[in-house]
Design a protein around this ligand. Structure first.
Ligand code: NAI
Length: 351
């Protein structure tokens, strides 16, 4: 039986993977994240399964391949944390779960927006104290307001639909706009200038790193509500913090943070040395931070487990890998991770 070294494992992962696996692989669950220090745990395993916050750099990839392991199954959609050039060079096949529930993430983005707008986080804390005052809780009707959606792939499109359901006007920006989506695509500048709400749904790439910075924030309307469920690195956190303190941004709902890998997913409440920007953000009344939980629904967990194990089934059976992602594909016309667009594939695999 093939053995999978499963890193950053949480009780909810074990539950869904054990149920879907049904005994076909031996899964060795490790709570630690995949890193150079964790490499000895790979001895005797045939595959590695990692999550979004592992730093999978060249050293880690070397450590994996030196132990004879040739496949890394990422149980997430984003892949900015993997050194794909090193993986390709060292012969490590990387598969991922491109979609598990766009609804989970889009609904969480809307939950952040609703909470922020109607101050539900403050109201719930007040009523626990038997404080039933409404002062300071005034929001706006989202109906009739303009939502600017940056990135209109699977998640962005669902978010657009939810906004439309509320009677919002939706402006979209995408580097690869789909003319059949029925969305109103505008320039990045126009989206910044006209939106009352801005939500990020594009991947983190060199082109999108700090796409939200001092200059782009200065082009936004005063008081805009800003939502990021995509990746922390899309935003210059210090510029965002400054704009929140000055009132340029009316509020921020953040499921991701630039340096989250050091903090998120664990209880860090007893750590005395904190991250300065993150500490300031979590203390602001008009900021809501969640710990990269937008994906966390029962449906998404089931889909993640199913696709991850199917990816490994295909790998070990020599079948085409529909969810493979590789350096050569990205450089050969598959910039959005759509390997079907890559001309370099042989028998459905990157070579
Ligand atoms: P997707 O690949 O379906 O859509 C991404 C969209 O962004 C595409 O339409 C693409 O053309 C567009 N895009 C690419 N480069 C761009 C650029 N430079 N400027 C503007 N648009 C650009 O991806 P999906 O599934 O919609 O996911 C979006 C992002 O959500 C992921 O990259 C990931 O970072 C994040 N995510 C967050 C989760 C969470 O739990 N918080 C869970 C899953 C994904």
């Amino acid at each position: 039986m093939k053995k999978i070294a499963f890193f950053d494992s949480k009780p909810y992962d074990k539950e869904s993977f054990d149920r879907v696996n049904n005994g076909r692989y031996e899964i060795k669950y490790f709570e630690t994240r995949l890193s150079s220090a964790a490499l000895p745990l790979l001895e005797g395993c045939d595959a590695v399964c990692a999550f979004v916050n592992a730093e999978i750099d060249r050293a880690v990839i070397e450590g994996i391949t030196q132990r004879g392991i040739k496949v890394l199954a990422m149980r997430c959609a984003g892949y900015n944390n993997v050194d794909f050039a090193a993986a390709y060079e060292l012969g490590l096949t990387v598969v991922r779960v491109p979609a598990y529930s766009p609804y989970a993430v889009a609904e969480h983005a809307m939950a952040l927006l609703m909470t922020l707008n109607r101050r539900l986080h403050k109201a719930a804390m007040r009523t626990r104290d038997y404080n039933f005052s409404l002062v300071g809780l005034t929001g706006v009707d989202l109906h009739g307001k303009t939502a600017g959606v940056i990135g209109t792939g699977k998640i962005g499109r669902v978010f657009c639909d939810i906004c439309k359901g509320l009677g919002m006007r939706v402006l979209a920006y995408d580097a690869y706009p789909n003319p059949e989506s029925g969305l109103e695509f505008v320039s990045f500048e126009r989206l910044l200038e006209e939106s009352d709400v801005i939500s990020l749904h594009c991947p983190l790439t060199p082109a999108t790193h700090h796409i939200i910075n001092r200059e782009t924030i200065s082009k936004m309307k005063d008081g805009v509500l800003f939502i990021n469920t995509s990746r922390g690195g899309l935003v210059d956190s210090d510029a965002m913090l400054e704009a929140l303190r000055e009132g340029k941004l009316g509020g921020a709902g953040l499921d991701v943070y630039e340096e989250e890998s050091e903090w998120f997913y664990e209880d860090r409440s007893s750590i005395t040395k904190q991250n300065k920007t993150l500490s300031l953000l979590v203390s602001m009344p008009n900021v809501i931070v969640t710990s990269h939980q937008a994906f966390l629904t029962h449906e998404a967990l089931e889909n993640i487990a199913t696709t991850t194990l199917e990816n490994l089934d295909a790998y070990f059976s020599g079948l085409p890998l529909v969810n493979e992602i590789c350096y050569r594909c990205m450089g050969a016309g598959a910039p959005q991770g759509n390997v079907a667009m890559c001309p370099n594939r042989v028998n459905g695999r990157c070579k």
